[in-house]
Every structure is written in structure tokens, then in C-alpha cells.
Design a protein around this ligand. Sequence first.
Ligand SMILES: Cc1cc2nc3c(=O)[nH]c(=O)nc-3n(C[C@H](O)[C@H](O)[C@H](O)COP(=O)(O)OP(=O)(O)OC[C@H]3O[C@@H](n4cnc5c(N)ncnc54)[C@H](O)[C@@H]3O)c2cc1C
Length: 505
Amino acid sequence: MISDVLIIGAGGAGLSAAIAAKEEGLHVRVLTKEYPTRSQTCMAQGGINAALGNHGEDSVDAHIANTLKSAHGEADENAVTFMCEEAPSAIAWLDSIGVPFSRTPEGKIAQRTLGGASAARACYAQDYTGLKILHTLYDKALSLGVEMVADKFLLELLKNSDDAVCGAKVLDIRTGELQTYFAKSVILASGGYSRIYGHYSTNSKTSTGDGIAVAMGVGAKLKGMEFVQFHPTGLKKSSILISESARGEGGYVLNSKGERFTNELAPRDELSRAIDAEIKKGEDVFIDIRHLGEQFIDENLPQERKLAKLYENVDPVSELIPIKPVAHYTMGGIEVDNKSKTSVEGLFACGECANHRVHGANRLGGNSLLEIVVFGKEAGKSAAKRAKELPMLNTSIEEQSHIIEELDSWSNEISFYEVQKNLAELFYTKVGIVRRKSELLEVQQELEKIQSQLPQMGVTDTNRVYNTNLIEFLEFCNMLQVAQSVVTSALQREQSCGAHFVVGE
Ligand SMILES: Cc1cc2nc3c(=O)[nH]c(=O)nc-3n(C[C@H](O)[C@H](O)[C@H](O)COP(=O)(O)OP(=O)(O)OC[C@H]3O[C@@H](n4cnc5c(N)ncnc54)[C@H](O)[C@@H]3O)c2cc1C
């Protein structure tokens, strides 16, 4: 099965890339392990940034300055400038293909203020922004004739005798078969790795860093893996996100005494540390949106009300919402240049699995949806350019073996589910908001131990059809590999920087 451009992942990044590549007149195929419209992008709530100035003054320069400040010197100014300059046309494009943005009474796209922004800059569709964007992109991609194939799990990338990536090996989840897809250009758009933190994460179960682990397998360079963003306002019991839109619309952060102890619109790294310190003092922490009133909440924050009722059993119209900071976004990923090229020939990456150097050590709310559209399209164009220039695809590959072929000889005396749960606990407490070198070393040793025990942690279900036990095991293996890279990078960076905050030894 050969295509011009093969994309792994159908979130906002993968679909933006697919549309851009398809518009170049090529055959574009998208493979994804889950149904495209369920990709994590659909969970994004608060908004997507662009300096439109629809609610008071704003400018592209201010957007650039806010992004660079929040990044703590770790972003690339050219990449940030490009993204912020492209933002207004990205919104105009999304609007033109049918994203139902909320509107001001005058009919302009409505905007709200998110943390670290000097203006109301986040365009939104109530608090369902990601869902509306993803579904619109999906419709657009289908209408253009992009081939969309769900239930394919990426196992490894294939390299040919020119040392270039020329395709991917996948597991067909429906049948259990191993399959090979060839392409002139391959784009990874497989999302981030926050699920290493297990239930201490706002992320979908599928954010297991698969694409990053697979890219490591072909020698792709990674960057900034230590930078994991904690969102200040996950629901206390479930870690489900209460979006920044709640604070953006005027919500307060309170402790058990009812005191506002912090600046609610500070960047996420600062606010998470302030809340973490309060919790460590023995306080409970809450978001309070009662003063906004029922009508305003139902019009602008309907999802937040629903989530608080469903998962915390409180109605924010009359009650406080209990919260805690949880892992939310991974700034690190596959190193790419401004054209989304990785360090490996033929391989491109975009979205949360990539590091386009626009978020640095701390991402601004609303900048990820922007990045996946702007750089997703760039990745699609770059991959299409390579595919057009490549005269013939060299498919001479050496057979590689993958864990999956060895599994039959593995035992399952140790439950990987238990190990995964303990690892999440360890990451939350020791590779979390505040880090210590001695604790990072402890986690590193634990990871080495788990790695050596892997052959005793095989699957218990040997069925081939829709084997979720197998998929979860493969995801666990990927997380284990990515986790080692996070800890190694964290140990290499001895000074605090943004989301990587180090104290003592
Ligand atoms: C609750 C929540 C709210 C958020 N709110 C906002 C917001 O308001 N504004 C903002 O800017 N950002 C927000 N974000 C962040 C933003 O939504 C994400 O960073 C962004 O959507 C990531 O998009 P993506 O396309 O890179 O990845 P995803 O949307 O995660 O898509 C990844 C794709 O890769 C596929 N995939 C993964 N592994 C494999 C594999 N092994 N084989 C095959 N396919 C695979 C998946 O099936 C999926 O299709 C939020 C995040 C969360 C969790």
C-alpha cells in the first residue's frame, strides 16, 4: 500500500497536515489508533489564540511578547513570530471552513482572556473549541478525498537503504494482523505523553507518546522532554480539566478560608506552583464562579458546569469547585525545524508530539490549538513538497523485529497495569511540579528496574481480534521509553526553568 504522504494521527495537527498535503493534489492517507473524531483535540475547551482585537486592543507583537515571556527563554523567536503572524489567517481559514466560533453581539468572533495573555485573545466556540475545530477539519479532509483509516496502531517506522523513512508498520486492531504502509513522506502527528502521569492527567487515555517512542527507534532527535505542563485546575477527584476559560471569564481561585491567594491569570507554571504550595500547607483549593451567575455560566461555560456536576457532584452556580494541579500538556517532543522536518530524512512531525520551539518551558493557554493548525499545515506542505520531488520511492527495507513478534515467549507473572499505576504515582510526586535531583535519580533507577522486568509483564489475553490488553501493553512500553527520556532530560537540566522547577538536592 503506497501513498505520497502518510500521516499517523487524526487530531487537529494530523488533519490540518492532511488537508494541506491533499490541496497539493497528492494521495494522502491518515492512519489512527482510534476513531478520528475522538482524538484528544476534541477535549480542548478554552480557545485558540489570535490577535484579532475583537475585545479591546491587541497586537501580533503583544502575542509574540506574551508567548516568549511564558516560554522562559526556551522558545525560538522566529518560530514564535511565524506562528503569531499566521494566527489571524488561521482563524479566518477555520471560520471559512465552518468552525462555529462564538460571536460578539456585533457578529465578530468572540475572544476571552487566558492566563499569561495581555489581551482577550482566545477565540472560542463556547467551551467546546477543540471539538468544533476537530470535527470541522475532519469533514473538510473527507470532502477533499483524504483517505482515513482508523484502528491502525503504529508499531514502527520503516527505513530504506537510503537511510530515509519510507513507511510504517502497524497492527490492525480489528484483525490483529501486522501490515506495512509505504509513502514518500511520513508525518507523525500522534499527540503528547501526559498519560505517563496516569490518572493525574487531564489527557485522553491515548496520549501515551507512541509516535515519540517510535521516532526514537529510527534515531530521531528529541527536545525539551523535561518540560511537562501542569494545569492548575484539574477536578480534585477525577483530574478532569476545568478549563482556563473559567478563570478567563472571571473565576476566582480560593483556599479553604475563602481567600484569593494568587493571581488567577498568571501563567500555568506559576499558578500550579502557588496552588501546590497551598495544598501542601493542608489547604483545599477551589475555583469559584458563583458570582458569574447561572445565565452567563450556561451561555459561556456550559461544559464546565456539566463536568463539575458529573464528576465532582457540585453545581458551580451555587457551589465551589474543588481542584488540584495535574499533568496537562507536554512541551517536549520530536525535534523539528520551521518546516516540520525531523532529524531523519523523509520524516516530519507536528502537533503535541513535535517540538516546534514555540512553547519553550511553559505553553500559553490557547497556543496549542494555534500551533496544530499553523504548523500542521506547514508539515503537510513540506511533506507534499518532498513527495513531489522524490522521483521514485525506494522500498528496500531490512526486516526488523518488534516486541510484538517476541511476545509469545514472554511470561505475565507481573501485571503491567499495577506497574503503570505505580509509575504514574511516582511521576506525579517526583517528576511533577517541584523536582529534586535525588528523587529524579530514584525514578531513573525504578525505570531501569521496570525495563529489565518487561519480559515478565506480557499480555494475558492472546486473542488477536480487538485485543485491548495488547494495545494497552504496547502503550505502556512506549510510555516507559518516553518516561526514561523525560527523566534523563530533567536530570541534565540542573537549573529551574518554567515547568521544570528544581529545589534542593
Ligand atoms: C482537556 C484539555 C483541554 C485543552 N484545551 C486547550 C485549549 O483550550 N486551547 C489549546 O490551545 N489547547 C488545549 N489543549 C491542548 C490541545 O488540545 C492539544 O495539545 C492538541 O489538541 C493536540 O493535538 P494533536 O493533533 O497534536 O494530538 P491529538 O489530538 O492527541 O491526536 C493524536 C492522534 O494520534 C493518534 N495516535 C496516537 N498514537 C497512535 C498510534 N500508536 N498509532 C496510530 N495512531 C496514533 C490518535 O489516535 C490521534 O488521532 C487541551 C488539552 C486537553 C487535554
